[in-house]
Design a protein around this ligand. Structure first.
Ligand SMILES: C[S@@+](CC[C@H](N)C(=O)[O-])C[C@H]1O[C@@H](n2cnc3c(N)ncnc32)[C@H](O)[C@@H]1O
Length: 243
């Protein structure tokens, strides 16, 4: 369970650099490609995540950070339900620029900052909720990512990780495997202009820990009351744990 290992990278630094530069290339077409490839299900997955953490968002004093916020889709969905502006961070400048435009277009004041999720410029025990959607899988070291989320949360603070996972049944696994290996790289490559990025996507999903494994890792990072909810036949899972 070390972290992502894009083809051709040998160290955590190389993996991290590869991921940042790949997202930089696809940033301008990221939202469109995402909605098309997921058949718009990504909106539903984010909505279910928001629903799950809504009691925290509705607290007037709750401080929430969406790490690996990318172009800001989860951040904006969370912010709709939040009484205090939700913050966002990402280490890819072009993705953050897209998020900034969307936030400004809506006249919102969500603070954004550029930071590596493995080294957040946030004091210990200062947040009530840390979320991450489809970013955790790209971290160069998953244990370090969990440790950093744990560090910045207050006691009783909650971490929510929405990420691709392994399908529940063999039949759906075969269909999903066929789609992600054969169709997704072609459509994703054509829409985004980066074949690499959409070859990396199914590879990184295939290597990512199963939902029970990730739950175990969250527990060993110190989280309690860890549970996960599978969505869309297990293609995606939402893990939630409390510090
Ligand atoms: C697939 S996008 C997801 C964006 C957004 N959360 C969403 O739901 O659409 C993954 C994002 O994670 C960011 N990311 C990956 N590794 C990161 C790291 N170590 N630190 C900060 N951001 C990272 C990438 O730059 C990218 O914007």
């Amino acid at each position: 369970m070390k972290g992502t290992t894009p083809a051709g990278t040998a160290t955590e630094q190389e993996a991290s650099k590869w991921v940042r530069s790949m997202f930089g290339r696809i940033a301008p077409r990221y939202d469109l490609t995402n909605h098309i490839l997921s058949l718009n299900l990504d909106r539903l997955w984010r909505a279910r995540t928001v629903q799950r953490v809504r009691p925290i968002l509705e607290r007037a004093d709750a401080r929430t950070l969406d790490i690996c916020c990318g172009t800001g889709d989860l951040l904006l969905a969370l912010n709709k339900r939040a009484r205090h502006p939700v913050m966002g961070s990402d280490f890819c400048h072009p993705m953050l620029t897209a998020a900034r435009t969307k936030i400004a277009d809506r006249g919102l004041g969500c603070p954004l900052f550029e930071a590596d999720a493995l080294n957040l410029p946030i004091a210990d025990a200062s947040l009530d909720l840390v979320t991450v959607a489809f970013g955790f899988r790209n971290l160069a070291n998953y244990q370090a990512g969990l440790a950093e989320m744990y560090r910045v949360l207050k006691p009783d603070g909650v971490a929510a990780i929405l990420e691709f996972s392994q399908p529940d049944t063999a039949l759906f696994g075969k269909l999903y495997g066929f789609y992600s290996r054969n169709i997704l790289p072609i459509i994703g490559g054509a829409l985004s202009g980066s074949r690499d990025a959409y070859r990396y996507l199914p590879e990184s999903i295939g290597k990512f820990p199963s939902a029970p494994e990730l739950a175990r890792e969250m527990r060993s990072a110190g989280f309690r009351s860890v549970d996960f909810t599978r969505m869309t036949g297990g293609a995606v899972a939402l893990h939630v744990g409390t510090k």
